[in-house]
Design a protein around this ligand. Structure first.
Ligand code: GCU
Length: 138
């Protein structure tokens, strides 16, 4: 199997807007989280079988302040505070990976800003399994 990409602009967005004013995104844009704690993007992810997967978030943070997010799978916290540090510019996109166990079938993967700054700009989620070509970048 191979990885599957889920675009943030196609996900469920709570307290955020789809924008395309900073180049380098994939798909048709990215999500600009509102600058408020609790803003989130939730992806509907399908897994062929239960087991470990790597969740790779592609993001940009043009500030020098970390924009940590919590990551949950099916309502259960996977990481309480994953760092999304400054990338140098809003047009500079980087990837950060988190390991999680998915259920067979439908899963909801939610990334929630935990500080008053909200999350970074989020381009996409890439889901890859142990045998896939895409490996964790961090
Ligand atoms: C700027 C930038 C946005 C970003 C925002 C923020 O407005 O253009 O893309 O989301 O800062 O700080 O969250």
């Amino acid at each position: 199997t191979n990885f599957t990409d889920y675009q943030a602009e196609s996900a469920t967005i709570s307290q955020g807007v789809v924008e395309s004013n900073h180049a380098g995104y994939t798909g048709s844009g990215f999500v600009n989280y509102d600058n408020v704690a609790g803003s989130y993007v939730e992806f509907a992810v399908s897994a062929a079988s239960a087991g470990p997967q790597t969740l790779t978030f592609r993001f940009a943070n043009g500030t020098t302040t970390d924009r940590p997010m919590s990551v949950s799978v099916n309502g259960t916290s996977v990481v309480a505070s994953q760092s999304f540090p400054g990338t140098g510019a809003w047009t500079t996109w980087q990837e950060i990976s988190v390991n999680a166990t998915l259920a067979a079938g439908g899963n909801t993967i939610r990334a929630t800003g935990t500080t008053a700054n909200g999350g970074p700009n989020l381009d996409r989620l890439r889901v890859s399994g142990p045998g896939d070509t895409e490996k964790p970048t961090a």
